[in-house]
Design a binder for this molecule. Sequence first.
Ligand SMILES: [Zn+2]
Ligand SMILES: [Zn+2]
Ligand SMILES: [Zn+2]
Ligand SMILES: [Zn+2]
Ligand SMILES: [Zn+2]
Ligand SMILES: [Zn+2]
Ligand SMILES: [Zn+2]
Length: 1828
Amino acid sequence: MDLFDMDDVVVGPPDECSTPLKEWRLKLQAGTLTRNDFIEFFKKESPKYFDYQNELDTVKCMFKEALAKEEIIDVLVEFMLGDNPKSALEKLRLEGNTATVCGKVFKNGEPTYSCRECGMDPTCVLCVNCFKRSAHRFHKYKMSTSGGGGCCDCGDNEAWKKDHYCHLHLDNRKNPLESKIIGGAVLERSEICFSAILAFCVNYLEIEPNASLKCLDGEGLELDGAHFCTVLYNDESHTFDQVIQTLTKIAKCRHKEAMEIVAAIDREGRAVVKCDTFKACNELKTAIENQMIPPSGLLTNLRNNQSLRTSVLHINSVACQQFALQLLSWFQEFLVRHYLFRKTFSELVQQKQESFCIRHILEYDVKLWKTARTCWHRLLISGMLMEYENKMVLAQEFSRRYATMVEDFINDDHDHAFSIVSLSVQLFTVPSIAHRLIAKEGIFDKLLHTFYYVAIEKFILNRTLHFSKNIASLTFFKRANYILYDLRYLLSLKPDVLSNELRTGFLEGCKALMRVLNVMQGMESITRQTGQHMDYEPEWECAFNLHIKLATTISQVIEWASTDKTLLHKLYKMTVRALVSNNFIVGGEEAEAKSVAGHVANCLIYDVSVRPVSIHLPLTRFYAGIYLHLGTHDLSYDCLVAETEALNIKMTPREIIEPVLCTHAMIAQVAAGMWRRNGYSLLHQLYFYKNVRCRVEMLDRDIVCLQIGASLMESNEFLIHALNKFNLIGWAQSNYESKLAESPLDDEFMRQLSMIDEFLELLIVIIGERWMPGVSLVTEEDRLRKEIIQLLCIKSYSHSELSRALPDTTGGNSDSVFEDVINTVATFKKPVGADRKGVYVLKESLFEEFNVYFYHYTKEDKSKAEELQRERRKAKKELVCCPPPMLPQLTPAFTSMANILQCNVFLSICTLTMDRALDIRSRSFSESHVQKILHLLGFAIQEELSEHYPFLSFYERAQQFGILDKLDELARCPRLEAHRDFVLWTIKRYKDMQAKQAPAAAAGPSGSQKKTAGEEPPLTSEEQARQEKETRAKLAAERRAKIMAQMQSAQKSFMKSNAEMFANSDLEQDSISTGASSSRGAASSMSSTAMDWEDISDESLEEQGAAALVIKQNPACLGPNRAHYQSQENSFKCILCFENCSINPDGPPLVSSAFVQTSRVILTTPSHYKGKCGMHVSCCGHVMHYQCWQEYYSNEESKEQRRLHRNRLALSQGHNVEFHCPYCRALSNTVLPVSEPLVGLIPGGLPGVPPAVSSESYLPLDCFVEIMRTLAGELSAPAGDNTMWQYPSVLRRSNVIGDLAQFERSVQLIAKPQLHATCMEVMTSFNKALQNAMISQQPNAVTEGGVGGEAENPYLVFDTCSYTLESLEIYMYTMRKPLKVEMPMRHQTCTTNLVRACALYSSWAPQRPELASKLLDTIFNQKGTSVLEWDCFRMLVQLSFGVLNLMVRENEHTFLPSGSMFDFYMLQTMFLANVTKAVICFDVEKQLDSRRAKEEAGKAPTELSQLAYVEQLPSKIQENMVAFYRRYNVPARMRQLVQQKEAEEKHNQGHSQSQNQEQTVVIPCELQHLALMLEYVQCQMRAFLRCACLFYRCLTDVEFPDTFPTEQPDRFDLMCQYLGLDADMGVYFDMETVYATVMHNFAAHPHILRQAEQCSLRYGDPVEVLPCLRPLPELKPLFEDYSDLINSVSDIFCPNNEREEMKTPTMCLICGKVLCGQSYCCQPELGKMSVGACTHHAHSCGAEVGIFLRIRDCQVVYLGRGKGCYVQPPYLDEYGETDQGLRRGNPLRLSQYAYRRIFMQWLGHKLHEEIARLNDNANVAVTQWHHM
Ligand SMILES: [Zn+2]
Ligand SMILES: [Zn+2]
Ligand SMILES: [Zn+2]
Ligand SMILES: [Zn+2]
Ligand SMILES: [Zn+2]
Ligand SMILES: [Zn+2]
Ligand SMILES: [Zn+2]
């Protein structure tokens, strides 16, 4: 129960009575309150919140919105709602009467969802909240991102076919409209407030130059005070750079500030650039306006040459405007709260006399700037669109003002989204509103009328449109075309029944349409050029754009008319009238009689080759469209002809088809090469004529038009007309050949042959292309089906390719139809592999329906499809040809078209062609003519067989013409060899027909018998020939197979010998095989597969005991029992000069190209490596002479220099020039030396020579430690002369017992190897390349150890070596590859070359005693860091290379690290260090927990693998272990300290008298715990041991033993064995050995003790623990569902500006951070350059590489140093396709496979390479990647 209701409390009046609230209330009571009281209040108050600072010539303004809200708006609310507005609003919310429609206005980039099943049209969308709560989420939906400004249609009855409401808005429906809270009084007060708000905003927001002077009547107008601002406005015609330039030049802003201002202008539409006196401000304004900005070329716009828009305003007036904006945004949100508020609002704006009436708001939109406009638009949407009545009111006002608004919009230059006309989509797409507007407001007519006058009238010349000379009209036209979009919305849904009023309104619109079509008929006509080429390419795009924009409307109008007989009837007459009035081509032409085959026709004489023709015949095509629907309403041409003639409108079929026939004759002539001189523009036009985007209302209608002609005219006459137009009357005469003999065989003749082809093809199309509703008895689905079948005959299509290849007839709504149809004709083949898409494959049986002459095929389509069909039929052992398909039955209106196939002219053409084919002397013979004639005959036969047409008696007619005999002859004709199968097919079908026609004759023994006998021979001979062919083919195939087998085996051996050449392909196979195995685990994600692998390791460890026996015999690469390497042949071919070369110290030096890069891939804990990065080397391993390479390189270098010079860049210092490996094109930027095995350089170490001395002759480990300690001390002592470091003196001082020879043996001191001088040069340049790379990433980096810069730092090389090996180890581990698995060649050669180079380098590299001393101190003297902080492997490499050579005098001897005893000791030392670290870090509780968890998860309790081992250890060692654990183990110590403290406290509480006796708590440690610990340690040693194995293999060239596993993870014991280490862990805890001492030394480091005490005592800095096993690198896990990802960033803000939403949120896939990509708002500086946020982030996050996901357009970007590329995103739709840019909108899901591929590329350091590869292949437009 509440204490009391706040509403009941009456707040007493405050002491002072002058608060505005009080004043208003008093005035209200007195009845004197007016809206002016509020307006004055706003005006007075708002300047208080405006603040600006002049800072170095740049002004910074800001409006304190939060304060203004509190002090102005909240007061207003309190006045309206009463004393406790908060609780009133809360109650209002609980009443739940917001609205039954959602109406949420979308922000830019917000995801929207449309339902493909239920949406009325594609503009119907849901916001994410509604979508998630609606039934549509289970339907087939599409997703896209809003451009801002639209609103959610949830709850709109007219937007959805079903499921109109989401749960939320369904609930709202139940609530009553009235409210208990909003009473009459509240409404009365609200009304005054609302009107004040509206009046204030309308008054102040308008942009007027110098407006402030007028607005602020007389107040504070002293012109010399600094009270004025110069304001700069946004426009779309100036580029960012132009405005920045203006600001820096004229307003003298600094570049950075100028960029900020420009960003603000772009965001808000305006910005204050100066605050000063009126004079100063006005001068700036004039200067900016006078600034001439050169047009930027690309933007041809009306406003382009205009100056930037500026104004000078009083500061107070700017303040009022800022407040007005805030007020409007608040008001919009306030209106959403209740229906009654909106009601009040709508009543207010309907008052016509007010300044804020709708009319005014609509019309003054253009006078506002961007943000102000958006605020009003949103207000209108929230205030007027939620209730149907209001919507209607707005729609009516909108349509009444339409013409003015559109004109304003066209002359304005803001984007459509920022214009009030963009509201049309909210109004015109509501069917009932649209219909009402058409019926009552004549909106259809008005739109077209406006379009006519605004857009096209000025281009009309001689009653026809001519855009030709107005190139600039393009932009202008684009804007005008929005009218046509509106028209499309308006007509998108046709009503079921038309009222008279609607019909009349519609017909009015049609009249306007006729007028537009009339001027389009014959537009941009062309005349054939002869002699000269065209002077210029005529403009043609405008006309096509107009067509494309209008085509949908035309289809819609025809669609509307098709269902209403009256409408159709009237529209038909209207069209005929328009056609008659248009005299393009058919304006009173002469006619002439022509005769063919005894038939005469009066042909129109219009010579296409000399007179103008046009592609554009929209009127004729509209007629054809209307005509198709006559039949369904029992109307016909004949009955309508009588009617029109009564009106004195005469139009014969001849006149109807004439323009189309002319156009087609022209197209044929173009194909025949007669229009060559007309240039490309004509070819472009013809391309689009046929293209999927245009053809529905172009080519398709033309064919229908010709079919209409064919059905209305007498067949012979029709053919004669067509022949005449193609100039082929002569060819159709029988004396053609004899006449031909007289004339020469010139070009003219060839053209004629080609024209014949074109004519026959047109005839095939007219007869065959009848999958058109109205022409034959088919539906729209059949039409689509036919289209898809024909497409799939060309190839298999992916889903996106297919939907692109099909016309978008009903604005995307055909989508579900498409889906239904496609599934009946094709099967979807799921994608295989990562790169493939899923494809549709045509069902086998449907190949029967293939038509090779399909009219939408291009030439290439045709030949591809034909070839496929022939192959298919060959495979099925059918006749190899492409016979015509069966045709659907014609509708009654078109039936007579079938008669063409039996008329005299047709048959005479057929026989003439066949005769000429048979006549050897004939000159006009062509195979393609015959092929087409056969196709036509095939049609005829099939039509006859179908028995659809009783009048058709093709068989009899064909017999009269002796067709069959001629066919038989053709079958034997050698000239027609290629088409024999087609002839045979025709004969077969002919006989089918014969059998059907005359069954008696077929059975009878007479003529037919004889005939068949006559036929047999050619058939059998044909078959014989075929058989022969087959056997020949079979033999050939066998022979081929044999050769192939031989070649394959040759290839295999070749592959073996050239393994490195196939390194790359191996690699690919690797990734494929891992992909397969991961997909085998189906749902298993990356991490879980890695887990599986770890599990195996447990099991394998159990087998250890058995394996231990085997181990003994295995070779070790280090230590007293080391093996020696087996010599391999080292000969190569230089890839540049192709000469043989072998590695030896005397030969010319060899190198291999390599790539160095900075890397952070394996540095996954960011806290640890702040700013640090490693250096990684990759190397393809292809060998070349150093000399050869230098030549190659200097060439590449000068190429690069030329390139940079072209781009006006200088080769920066420290820039590594990139080049490609000349052999494999691998990206490279330096070279690595290729050297022989190191052991080969050791005199005693040559292969085959056994170790000369026994193990006793070496110094022992403790001596080594002692020597190192001494050396460290010596090195750090103040430098005297460096002879004191030399080993004899060091040995002496370290008190080591033993002689010098023993030492020399132990370290393998050798005479300094003879190295080629250039070899050192290579290493120096390699070192330089590393430094360059490092410096460019970390300009002020002082490389670890002190010195960067110019000096050569050998430690950089050594660290590169360790980093490269460590990343390789992690890479292989992630790929689940043990060491023994065959490594890709490039990894193998890379590690070998690198390690050998380092070893050689160490023998003569500049010495760095200070670094060595630090290193030795750290390791041996416990100075510096503790083991916890070490990367033990890295230190091992440094130790191996960087120390020993300090002890020899230069130029005489050297230590070459190659597996000496000291090398072994170093390994042992670091091994012990790592073991110590593992023991110290071991946490017994954690391990026990995880074991328990495993058991609980149902896994069988695993045996403690080490328990048995621990149990058999001597008790002394066990005790040592326990002691070591208790003393040093950090978690144990911590627990002990905590418990001790607790005990002490308890103790202190219990007995107040203190006892000094210290109670020691003893941490339990049982054998089981020890076993766990050993297991843990072995596991933690993995990375170190694997790296060490890789390292020492390269150093010693001792191969891994065969016992190394290839399927399972590497084993601790085996690796120890190989490295010569003792795998018996007990040994290391034996106090007798030096091991234990070393470990105690490591463990006793003060940092470790501090770490242990840290939690209890809290002192000192925490130690940064580097775990033994680095955490595995991984990319950011992504959402499964792409829309979740989009939502996650839908309200994310720019880090630089909290008010601005991110435009292109871009996620770093390495760390997951979301950045403002490629945007002016975020351009941090890197070095001295400002770069994009991603580039900046990549620099530190990925050490100059970055992987980014641009979330809104679903694209993945790889960024490298100033370069980048787009790669396939990891999100795929159900068809396995990506959707870059979200164009298709199918739901997308994360593909683990694709994501893993990106991951592996990153992990393998292949991003730079991938970027280079992709930029190499594609001619990518130069992208400014650094702005990304
Ligand atoms: Zn919604
Ligand atoms: Zn909803
Ligand atoms: Zn749905
Ligand atoms: Zn060479
Ligand atoms: Zn290569
Ligand atoms: Zn930003
Ligand atoms: Zn990152």
